[in-house]
Design a protein. Structure first.
Length: 237
């Protein structure tokens, strides 16, 4: 019986001790972190217009004093420009030096043709040439012929009164010599270009001497087309 009572007393003491321990125990709460308040952005106010600025004040316009617009004010000269075109005009990008270059090239071409260095049908002589009359008492003439320009294979034919004297003479740098004997009265002597040279029209230089070795006639031709003839009328007195 005593043991039972002792057990009950000990049980009560133990229960009271645990209750007091739980009730006496305290917990300290962590206070929340205080964040600084965001600054309030000051509202910007528009700048006040400067009354001295002429563009800040809208002028008052009386409609009765406004003249009607007769020209487009967009253009200073009152005229509208031509429509824009994507096609280039030749004059827009023309170089003034091109005119000079073209003239120089044309003159150079003409010079080369005259010297037998270039062939150009625009400058070819296509009609026969009359070298005039020669009056003489000589028994014969001595004819000297050579190429007037570069040596490029010029061929000529010489005839007297429609008879061949030289049927095919290749002109060289040096003079080639032949004689013609003519009749009393009028004689027709002709030199004919048989071809064009490799570098241009037929070119030749000639000299005519009488039987005393005196120079009677000296001349030349340049840029003759094939078949062109030079005619001399020899009158033996």
């Amino acid at each position: 019986m005593k043991q039972f009572l002792f057990f009950i007393v000990m049980l009560g003491i133990t229960t009271q001790g645990y209750s007091q321990f739980e009730s006496n125990k305290s917990f300290k709460a962590i206070p929340p972190k205080v964040l600084p308040a965001a600054p309030i952005k000051k509202q910007e106010t528009p700048e006040k217009l400067n009354e001295k600025d002429p563009f800040a004040v809208v002028p008052e316009v009386n409609p009765e004093n406004v003249a009607p617009i007769t020209e487009d004010p967009t253009y200073s000269n009152g005229k509208k420009p031509e429509p824009i075109s994507m096609i280039e005009k030749q004059s827009d990008f023309a170089n003034p030096g091109d005119v000079v270059i073209q003239k120089m090239a044309k003159d150079l071409d003409k010079t080369l043709v005259h010297q037998g260095l270039k062939e150009d049908s625009r400058y070819l002589v296509k009609i026969d040439v009359n070298f005039g009359d020669i009056r003489t008492k000589s028994a014969f003439f001595e004819i000297k012929c050579r190429d007037f320009g570069q040596i490029d294979g010029d061929l000529i034919k010489a005839t007297l009164n429609n008879q061949d004297v030289k049927s095919r003479l290749l002109l060289q740098n040096d003079y080639q010599v032949f004689r013609i004997y003519f009749n009393e009265g009028i004689n027709i002597f002709e030199l004919e270009a048989l071809n064009r040279g490799a570098l241009g029209g037929n070119t030749a230089e000639f000299q005519i001497y009488d039987d005393k070795g005196r120079l009677v006639r000296s001349d030349f031709w340049e840029n003759w087309d094939t078949g062109v003839k030079g005619k001399f009328i020899i009158v033996k007195e």
